[in-house]
Design a protein around this ligand. Sequence first.
Ligand code: ADP
Length: 454
Amino acid sequence: VGATPEQQAAIDMLASQFLLTDERLGAIIKEFRRRMEEGLATDGRVLKMIPSYVTRRPLGSEVGSYFAIDLGGTNLRVLKVTLDGRGGVTSEHQKFALSEEAKSRTLFDFVAQCVDTFLDERNLRPLGQQPPIPMGLTFSYPVQQTSINSGTLVQWTKGLNVPGCVGRDVVRLLQDALLRLGLRVKIVALVNDTVGTLLSAAYSDPAAQMGIIFGTGTNAAYYEDVANLAKWKGPNPSSGEMVLNMEWGAFDSDDFAFLPFTPHDIKLDRKSINPRKQAYEKMISGMYLGEIARNIVLWLADQRLLLDGRSSEILNAMWSIDTSYLSSGAVDTTSDLSEIQQVIEKTLNISNSTFVDRQIFKVIAILVGERAARLSAVGVVATLTKRSDLLNKPVTVGIDGSMYEHYPYFHDILVETASHFIPQEQFKNINFTLAKDGSGVGAAITAMLAATYD
Ligand code: ADP
């Protein structure tokens, strides 16, 4: 309403770039499947399909308390998880924000310090003669796993950039930091956050087959038949299956041939710490969507199609639009779009937005979010149809992360889109559920399972 023809033309152009047809999605799914097959056969491909060394499932009848450290992109959590033996879990956790210094320099000492604080405040710190406390570590960065409790860092993602870690065993780095504090804690399991999310879903639901994160970044893990894992040279697990960490955020990196890159995506990519890497993640996850929206806003403003061509110091700064503002903007139903007005005028410090300005903000929020949700279905469909042998029975997909939990209609669009690509009689068996804080709980469960490994 009230947009000029120039504004309307720019919005139409954005819509044509961001709204993906089923045909386009179908082609991307096909390519995703090809990349999965490639990663199952060979190391070091775009989709790394990393063996997690987790070859069992919890039964749901296990009892006891287990500990874990969950290192995410934004926060660190230390947890004590109690299993009730009936698939139920209670957990006590303490959350620490990752400081900029930790993200760029002192990460492992920071983590060790947080573990110490957690144990100390609960009087749990083992004394000299006591055995060390076994803990699981959830580490949500790409690691080439070498055993259930070791793995080398492939690269940093999601804004972390601690020198001297790539190519080294992250458990060793943490264990050394714990040692420097004299803390009697032994890391017995190293799990990716998606593996943790899957294991936590599996404790309460034997049908769990897949765990996904849509948070700061995005990634997924699923149970694969080891017979399909041609690159696996290790012993055949008695279960015949293993959880694979897909590292799916890397999809379409390097060649950029299939994902619908717009100039706004390219601009983000070029200025990111990992150009031409994690392409799928950059279109889907919380760390990036606000920045894509910011690029669009500036593109429009620079043509005097938005905010009368004005910007602000805040809006000019990278990352100044948090993805949570898109969440609230996309569903701002107030008659004058007052929530969006707040963001423009208070958060971004730009005075006097017009109603048309706010409407355009809303359209941007919807377009960026809807594309993310539709693209998220690509990985889901490719993975579930890869295990179509399982789809004749109930299958549960456990999902965690702020995007999934809070972005308006993310779940609905994901499910609706997936339903276009999976036959109805199979699709009805799939259950998408929120596995809240599953990554840490799953690491504690993996620590429990690791005690039974040879
Ligand atoms: P992590 O992935 O680090 O464990 P989260 O799942 O909480 O943590 O994801 C944090 C990311 O989600 C941040 O990039 C943040 O901008 C984004 N985010 C936070 N709140 C919301 C929201 N309400 N809607 C959409 N994105 C959000």
